[in-house]
Design a protein around this ligand. Structure first.
Ligand SMILES: Nc1ncnc2c1ncn2[C@@H]1O[C@H](COP(=O)(O)OP(=O)(O)OP(=O)(O)O)[C@@H](O)[C@H]1O
Length: 305
């Protein structure tokens, strides 16, 4: 750990884990689970007069990568923040692993945070900490008894798991490329062996090859670790390549959720324009080209890798 105190993240004000010293937060709890680790019912969110969500409902299936799409400003990030307890909704119920997140009176009451990992849009890495130290932050918080050696070892393991060379653990965020930063953020999101992963536009700003490699990694990790993934994206290639289902936000709620062929059967104008536009056709034909070249296998994610 650097002697410097961590400064707030350089590019996002949010943290994917609490920084309070609540000892209870580390206590493992047996919580009821079912086939929907996330269940949202009748959600309403507003900022002043601006209503973002109105009567929004959505269920996320265990083990799926759910793509979340919608026009700019439709409230995708606000929805994610609501699920992880950073945005208190006006109305509605959000259950994560069967626990009503909205019923928690304060942050420390949300004791299931260790079961999810978050990669915010900008990565939100501590700029004064190395990548390895960034990964260690949530580990130290939830497992303060871990030795420095073990922390180092776990952090290196997560760094490599995220597709970075081991040496990257000792680098500072400013020494990394954009793609490496995303992977470093992913390593930190995976620090606590989460069951749920929240990703806000993870491939934004990456070149197409870097984005495809990130997609491939994400699909592999999801399948290997049995993750459930809530993935906000504008990237049509990502949607076609790795998402099991896609939820569409429009008109203040989820207007449709399903596989892309199922979405195409709806007559919602935004869905038709989005999935039938020239960029969508290009993404689809790229996927088909990969399939013809023998890259595709039975899982959706392998096609576009
Ligand atoms: N803390 C806040 N205070 C006031 N308004 C907010 C706040 N956070 C978000 N908003 C507003 O809520 C709306 C939805 O924002 P959000 O970031 O969820 O959109 P988005 O769908 O993720 O957009 P994009 O695709 O452009 O990232 C926007 O109009 C935004 O200005």
């Amino acid at each position: 750990m650097s002697e410097n105190q961590p400064l707030p993240p350089d590019d996002d004000e949010d943290l994917p884990f609490p920084l309070d010293d609540d000892d209870d937060a580390a206590a493992p709890e047996e919580l009821p689970t079912d086939d929907f680790p996330i269940e949202i019912e009748g959600l309403t969110n507003s900022f002043g007069e601006q209503v973002i969500h109105e009567d929004l409902s959505l269920k996320v299936r265990r083990g799926e990568i759910l793509g979340v799409v919608g026009g700019s400003g439709t409230g995708k990030s606000v929805l994610m923040r609501s699920i992880i307890g950073l945005q208190i909704p006006e109305h509605g119920c959000i259950k994560v692993f069967g626990r009503d997140i909205t019923a928690a009176e304060d942050d420390s009451e949300i004791k299931i945070r260790y079961r999810w990992g978050v990669l915010f849009q900008g990565g939100a890495l501590f700029s004064t900490l190395t990548v390895g130290e960034n990964v260690q932050v949530p580990l130290k918080q939830y497992y303060p008894e871990l030795s420095a050696e073990l922390l180092d070892e776990i952090a290196r393991y997560k760094v490599v798991m995220s597709g970075l060379p081991e040496e990257a653990a000792s680098k500072f965020p400013s020494e990394l490329s954009g793609g490496m930063k995303k992977r470093a953020g992913l390593a930190r999101a995976l620090a606590l062996d989460p069951e749920l992963l929240f990703l806000d536009e993870p491939t934004a700003g990456l070149d197409p090859i870097g984005a495809a490699m990130f997609d491939e990694l994400l699909r592999e990790l999801t399948d290997t670790l049995g993750l459930t993934v809530f993935l906000i994206t504008h990237d049509l290639d990502t949607l076609y390549a790795i998402c099991d289902r896609v939820a569409v936000l429009a008109d203040k709620h989820v207007v449709a959720v399903g596989t892309i062929p199922e979405l195409l059967e709806t007559d919602h104008p935004w869905i038709q324009e989005y999935f039938n536009g020239p960029r969508a056709r290009a993404a689809l034909s790229a996927k088909e080209r990969h399939a013809k070249a023998g890259v595709a296998v039975d899982k959706p994610g392998k096609a576009g890798a």
